[in-house]
Design a protein around this ligand. Sequence first.
Ligand SMILES: Nc1ncnc2c1ncn2[C@@H]1O[C@H](COP(=O)(O)OP(=O)(O)OP(=O)(O)O)[C@@H](O)[C@H]1O
Length: 341
Amino acid sequence: MSAVIEIEGLRKTFHSLRHGRRVAVDGFDLLVEPGQIHGFLGPNGSGKTTTLRALLGLVRADAGRMTVLGARSPEQLPQVSGRVGAIVESPQFFGNFTAHRTLRLLARAGGVPVSRVDEVLTQVGLYDRGHERVKGYSLGMKQRLAVASALLKDPELLILDEPANGLDPAGIREMRDLMRSLAAAGVTVLVSSHILAEIQLICDHVTIISRGRRVAAGRVDEVLAGFDRHEFLVRVAEPARAVELLGAAGLAATAHDDHLTVAEVTDPTVVSRTLGEQGIWVSELTPLRPDLESVFLELTGTAGHPGVPRQVDDSVLPDRPTPDATIDLDAGVGETRGVDA
Ligand SMILES: Nc1ncnc2c1ncn2[C@@H]1O[C@H](COP(=O)(O)OP(=O)(O)OP(=O)(O)O)[C@@H](O)[C@H]1O
């Protein structure tokens, strides 16, 4: 099965007089297969947007090999751009235009039949509000309009950079339902996010990036299984004594405020039997499955430490500025953002 997106060894360094050299993406790999809803996860500043912009030819990579629908990026992108819809950063719309008018203009500009406008408005759930001005739209409605614009071409591949950014829980749920319905219709979706619970609910596959490098990739359940410590939460009346008894029986038990945890448990009956034999009755024995959030925090090292403020930017630390540092031309003003591939 040929990959929809393949990235190997992508590297992108930004240079500026002020901050010196900043490695945004550092030998990054990504593989997205047909039909996946693929989550692209990483903390702020880890290189997600830079990766997507390089993939779509919006920023020049220093090194690496990339293909989109089998076409080499950026050289052969024009061959497949009609089959790819992408929203990288929030597109800006004219507030005085209605969604309908906005999409009609975009359809004409993209050589897409105007009849698609009603179809995509229906698809994103904006059909009933399509004749209202965009300036009266909520953020969630604007995001949906953005998705509608990317769907005009009826793409096989949809790339969304942080589609749930700034949305309230209801908006996030709507975005999630929308992505699921697109996937059910056969669209491959690559969605970047730092909202882990969402990725866990929406995506079947995930790639985690930290400091410009891939730190995990695969099916969401397999990535999670790799972090399963076979841990159980145990509640008893005498937790301190229970920890002692379990420790003596060779189990790795740890006391917490009102419960204990036991790791590497292959047979949970051993826990209840060991305690029961000493007259300690277990009132709760619950398996603790790792969730994407704990895996993400562990892999990306972004869990907070007491007394140390967490650094927001997860990019590789910049070198000291050098006198001959050059300004990155790709970082100039007026560059195209939020466009279709
Ligand atoms: N045009 C640019 N010029 C200089 N540095 C840049 C430029 N674009 C990105 N960077 C830097 O590259 C690093 C990666 O940024 P990027 O936007 O790719 O991260 P991200 O994972 O998308 O973060 P977020 O989740 O906050 O959007 C950051 O340190 C950022 O400051």
